[in-house]
Write a protein that binds this ligand. Structure first.
Ligand SMILES: Cc1ncc(COP(=O)(O)O)c(C=O)c1O
Length: 440
């Protein structure tokens, strides 16, 4: 007779307890997989991952260091910290020095560790990337969202920042900025950054400046780092996931603020990293040394990938504009954030009242996967969606390599997008049909 044991009931930690429905991101990804498995065509504008091939020199460096198996310093190997500092100084407009650099398995754990290391409430622009608010919640830290509206393309203003900080009773705050932005693709202009820096200095607000899309900025807008205006109060974050398509290799970097306070903060993060992840995988650190090594071939590859991201993203934006869908022009990265509030009445007639409803409807009826604005902190009733151009027509590695080869054979980026992107074209056709269905 098997022994009957009672089923244990383990209680979750308070930050994770309570009823939670499946997140919209998980829901969309799960549904897309199911429908692909059923042989359906789905235009996946919901998934944001840069998918160009690993650069051969970086792959060779990883393989050459496969035997590097010892633990390394939590801060990273000194030569990599130096390479990162030089790279950021030369190409990213950040006046960096090696002793302020830390590397970690992705910028995501670094964002978490810096929030964990600091006292104070978290202040977030609206909309902002999906993980910032949940990370703060895991740390039981209040989050203040800076309100913004689709009417002015969700622009962040100094006044709105000031008003939001004033609501928090804390004497210290953490502001997370992200330029170029996921989800809007917009960048923060230098005069705005200068204004934000002034407010932050006056209110004892530390900036976590997530600049992971900096090297994917589009031709019409150069990237500027807020650290130029606020070096003593800015942590700059980045990594290899976006401009070199190496998300799964897990290499993130951060550059701590200048001065003694910056060093103290960095030491606190090293303590957290030492207890949580120990170090970045050794072969990945050596491969990163090549990635940050100022090699003209790799810099050329970064520029080439970014040009293609730009062409694909701007093409999608132009397509939305032709349909009169309000959407800020993306300035970097591969995201767009269109708004459908203008169709509110017609959508309500189809029982679509929230961005979650809208994302589900587009997927279920029109085969377009997107993410609802709620995933980015937008109010449920604001009918905004995040679209990503990074996945369509590059659904597998062979397609990504083939597009790159076509481009290298002389097909310019515009022609490549126009003539060799059937899924992007299909998505735009379905957006047109969806809007037409609202007038029936
Ligand atoms: C705005 C933003 N920050 C950070 C990350 C995380 O990147 P990493 O792979 O370095 O953890 C992402 C990834 O999607 C992102 O979009």
């Amino acid at each position: 007779m098997p022994i009957q044991r009672p089923t244990p009931a383990f209680h979750l930690a308070p930050a994770l307890a309570g009823e939670r429905s499946l997140s919209p991101t998980l829901y969309i990804n799960q549904r897309v997989k199911e429908r692909w498995a059923a042989g359906e065509t789905i235009y996946h504008l919901g998934f944001g991952e840069s998918r160009f091939p690993v650069h051969p020199k970086i792959r060779a460096a990883l393989i050459a260091h496969a035997d590097a198996r010892s633990y390394l310093p939590t801060l990273g190997i000194p030569e990599l910290r130096r390479a990162v500092a030089d790279f950021y100084t030369k190409y990213m407009g950040v006046d960096a020095t090696p002793e302020r650099v830390i590397v970690a398995p992705g910028s995501k754990p670094l964002l978490y560790a810096f929030q964990m290391a600091l006292a104070g409430d978290t202040i977030l622009p609206t909309p902002s990337w999906v993980s910032y608010a949940p990370q703060a919640q895991l740390l039981n830290r209040p989050v203040w969202q800076i309100p913004a509206s689709p009417g002015d393309e969700h622009r962040l203003t100094v006044e709105a920042l000031q008003q939001t900080i004033a609501q928090s009773a804390e004497t210290q705050h953490i502001l997370i900025l992200n330029s170029p932005s996921n989800p809007t693709g917009q960048m923060l202009a230098p005069d705005l950054l200068a204004g934000i820096a002034e407010v932050c200095r006056a209110t004892n607000t530390l900036v976590l400046s997530d600049e992971i899309y900096a090297l994917t900025s589009h031709d019409h807008t150069p990237h500027v780092s807020i650290s130029q205006f606020y070096p003593e109060g800015t942590v700059v974050l980045g990594g290899l996931s976006k401009h070199l398509s190496l998300g799964g290799w897990r290499l993130g970097v951060a550059i701590a603020p200048t001065g003694a306070a910056g060093q103290q903060l960095l030491q606190a993060v090293v303590k957290i990293g030492g207890e949580l992840w120990s170090c970045v995988a050794a072969p990945v650190q050596y491969a990163a040394l090549t990635a940050y090594g100022d090699d003209p071939e790799i810099l050329g590859y970064i520029a080439e990938s970014s040009r293609l991201h730009m062409a694909r993203t701007q093409h999608l934006w132009r397509g939305l504009c032709e349909l009169d869908i309000p959407c800020a022009r993306p300035e970097g990265g591969f995201y767009l954030y269109p708004n459908f509030d203008g169709w509110r009445q017609a959508l309500a007639a189809k029982s679509i009242h929230t961005s979650d409803d809208l994302a589900r409807h587009l997927l279920d009826v029109w085969h377009i996967a997107s993410l609802p604005g709620t995933a980015f902190g937008a109010p449920a009733k604001e009918l905004s969606l995040r679209l990503s151009s990074s996945y369509v027509d590059m659904e597998d590695d062979a397609q990504a390599a083939a597009l790159l080869a076509l481009h290298r054979s002389g097909v310019d980026a515009e022609a490549l997008v126009r003539d060799h992107h059937p899924a992007l074209a299909g998505a735009l056709t379905n957006f047109r049909a969806f809007l037409a269905s609202l007038h029936e």
